[in-house]
Design a protein around this ligand. Structure first.
Ligand SMILES: [Zn+2]
Ligand SMILES: [Zn+2]
Length: 327
């Protein structure tokens, strides 16, 4: 059975805390296993989080601030140590390729694994993956930064009871899929009559950024959106100044974009993790501010937890039921 879920490895911005490791996220989407933004300590967090290095098929780096990339050397070297037999594709901002080169070869190791570098060279660039199209969009941050979005293609699901009702079986099903119709017992049956739409699912990953068009493009109708919310509203001016989002802004993006499940992460260490002098714990404050704008599924990310991609929303068949003339 296919698995679609996010393993959260780390949730801290800038500096790790006692409770939060630097960033790190692994999206498992059927056969595609993508590591996003490996901050310091990611290799060890992968062990705690039950993600073997050999599972990785792809690495996506949004930008080269340390909390998003200082774990690269360990992970890259681990791929070779474990003699991972398949290639691992790596995407990162092409304008800062020298940072990737340094991190990839940060120290001496015996290189056996194949890391294929596929840098992002322009806003809107896409890459084909086994899970669908991976889109990179430019974000607003002091260094070159791209968010990522995975889009599964729309397909149609065959309806066995309809096929049976029309007496379509065996090679006729193949013909129906190939040509969009098939003639049975003197009647033309179209694909729409015996199948239902199976809309593709969408995943968005938005890290360090101020509000910009790219944020909304990445979040658009996402089944699961992972988005930075470094600050609370009390620090909104600072957030705007340094190119970050508040929880309220991230939640408004999700609400306006029709997001189904929202994961807030990349929290500043400035907010106390436990209640202090009548002020609630940071996680509660982030949740409360987000809730004012977003009423879908909300997750305040914690290290070493898993968040499922919500099941595909049920879609009823668009076609009418078999006609009375059907056998
Ligand atoms: Zn960051
Ligand atoms: Zn940054």
């Amino acid at each position: 059975m296919s698995v679609r879920e996010l393993a959260v490895l780390g949730t801290a911005s800038q500096v790790p805390t006692r409770h939060r490791n630097h960033n790190g996220y692994v999206l498992r989407w059927d056969r595609e296993v993508i590591l996003f933004d490996p901050g310091e300590g990611t290799q060890r967090q992968m062990m705690f989080g039950g993600v073997p290095a050999g599972d990785l098929t792809r690495i996506c780096v949004t930008h080269f601030h340390g909390d998003h990339c200082l774990g690269l050397p360990g992970v890259v070297q681990r791929l070779s140590l474990d003699r991972v037999p398949h290639p691992v594709d790596a995407h990162y901002p092409g304008g800062d390729a020298h940072y990737f080169a340094r991190l990839r070869h940060a120290s001496s190791f015996y290189e056996t694994a194949e890391v294929r570098e596929l840098p992002v060279l322009r806003d809107g660039q896409t890459f084909e993956t086994s899970a669908g199209t991976l889109l990179a969009r430019r974000l607003r941050h002091p260094v070159e930064t791209y968010g990522y979005r995975l889009v599964e293609p729309d397909e149609r699901r065959m309806l066995p009871d309809r096929l049976a009702a029309y007496g379509i079986r065996g090679p006729a099903i193949g013909e129906l899929i190939r040509t969009g119709h098939v003639d049975v017992a003197g009647r033309r049956v179209t694909l729409a009559e015996v199948s239902a739409p199976r809309p593709g699912q969408r995943f968005g990953f938005v890290m360090d950024t101020g509000l910009c068009d790219g944020v909304f493009a990445l979040a658009d109708r996402a089944d699961l959106l992972v988005i930075e919310s470094t600050f609370l509203t009390e620090d909104a001016a600072l957030a705007a100044e340094v190119g970050h989002l508040t929880a309220a802004q991230a939640a408004r993006v999700a609400a306006e974009s029709g997001v189904r499940r929202l994961v807030l992460t990349h929290f500043s260490q400035r907010y106390a993790p436990t209640s202090r002098a009548g002020v609630p714990p940071a996680a509660e404050r982030f949740a409360a501010e987000a809730r004012e704008h977003f009423d879908g599924d909300l997750v305040i990310a914690e290290d070493l937890t898993r968040v499922a991609v919500p099941p595909r929303a049920p879609v009823s068949a668009a076609a009418s039921p078999p006609a009375a003339s059907a056998p």
